[in-house]
Design a protein around this ligand. Structure first.
Ligand code: PBG
Length: 329
């Protein structure tokens, strides 16, 4: 009985409304986190060339961006900062009046209901561009942990809603959790960049964040792209150390990792649809080779279908706009 010609799967594809009723995975603006880049200075609103639609914003320009994002119905932003000085210890990252700490205050003042997530890392703030402190043999894991804890603490004290450690140091989630708990921030959640791969998909971001390492690369701390079992181990360790949300990054070349993490873990799962994934779409759209809007929806739907609950994406603004328009029809 249940085969052709009695069974015809095309029946369920006949109209928009039937397709809507039977769709297994739907995108919602609730799923999205939108990145924002802040910089020192005044009246700065400079488009980041390889990430079109995203800007280096001075703090006086931040309210406008925050309002635009909030008006699109997006509930969360991920802040990245460019400091006015860099040193070997990345001290600008944990200055109480640093660029991110001030940006958190501006964002929370402008839109108290908006969830402000912060990236806890050193690479934008160190003069060598690595995600930790250097010694003779490379990035020193254990010495870096104290600094990452100070960064997370300074973000929490400035009012961040979620801190997201991305340095890929062993033990970073546990160290940060302990520091937060000791300082009255036991309610502040940690979103762990658990399985963060060493990836060329970050190249546009490194232009945006001025964080390309001046020597070497990040392969001694970020993951090798061939590994998926190791990703499960990274996630398991982060959960044992107290992560509240786990993350896989990048997204598109790692959908199998997302799908496997979804099967193995119950916790909220985030995927970071990174800068290079966005830039490629924008470049092809600019050349007239693809329909950027449709591709953006397809990309984010694919990441969600693979198993992500939360998606950090530069497509957030345009997709939120499309979802808003679709609802108002
Ligand atoms: C900081 C950090 C990076 C990204 C997010 N946090 C860069 C890196 O690890 O080199 C990349 C994000 C993107 O490409 O959009 N360590």
């Amino acid at each position: 009985m249940s085969k052709f010609p009695n069974l015809r799967l095309r029946r369920m594809r006949r109209t928009d409304s039937i397709r809507n009723l039977t769709r297994e995975t739907s995108l919602s603006v609730d799923d999205l986190i939108c990145p924002v880049f802040v910089i020192h200075g005044q009246n700065v609103r400079e488009e980041i060339t390889p990430i079109p639609g995203y800007y280096h914003l001075s703090l006086d320009q931040l309210p406008r961006e925050i309002n635009e994002i909030a008006n699109l119905g997006i509930h969360a932003v991920l802040l990245f900062g460019l400091p006015d000085y860099k040193d070997p210890q990345g001290s600008g990252a944990y200055a109480s009046n640093g660029i991110i700490q001030n940006a958190i205050r501006v964002a929370k003042r402008e839109a108290p209901g908006l969830t402000v997530v912060t990236d806890v890392c050193l690479c934008e703030y160190t003069n060598h561009g690595h995600c930790g402190i250097l010694d003779d043999s490379g990035v020193n894991n254990d010495q870096t942990l104290g600094l990452l804890s100070r960064i997370a603490l300074s973000h929490g004290e400035a009012g961040a809603d979620i801190v997201a450690p991305s340095a890929m140091m062993d033990g970073q989630v546990g160290a940060i959790r302990a520091a937060l708990d000791k300082n009255n921030l036991s309610d502040l959640p940690i979103m762990a960049y658990s399985a963060k791969y060493a990836s060329s998909f970050y190249d546009p971001f490194r232009v945006a964040a001025d964080s390309t390492p001046i020597t070497g690369d990040r392969r001694s701390y970020q993951m090798d792209s061939g590994n998926v079992r190791e990703a499960m181990r990274e996630i398991r360790l982060d959960l044992e150390e107290g992560a509240d949300i786990i993350m896989i990054k990048p997204a598109l070349a790692y959908l199998d990792v997302i799908a496997r993490a979804r099967r193995e873990f119950e916790e909220p799962l985030c995927a970071y649809n990174v800068s290079g994934e966005y830039s490629m779409v924008k470049a092809a759209e600019h050349l007239g080779w693809i329909d950027g809007n449709h591709i953006a929806l397809e990309v984010l739907t694919g990441i969600k279908r693979a198993g992500a609950d939360i998606i950090i994406s530069y497509h957030a603004k345009e997709v939120a706009q499309m979802l808003q328009e679709a609802h108002s029809v």
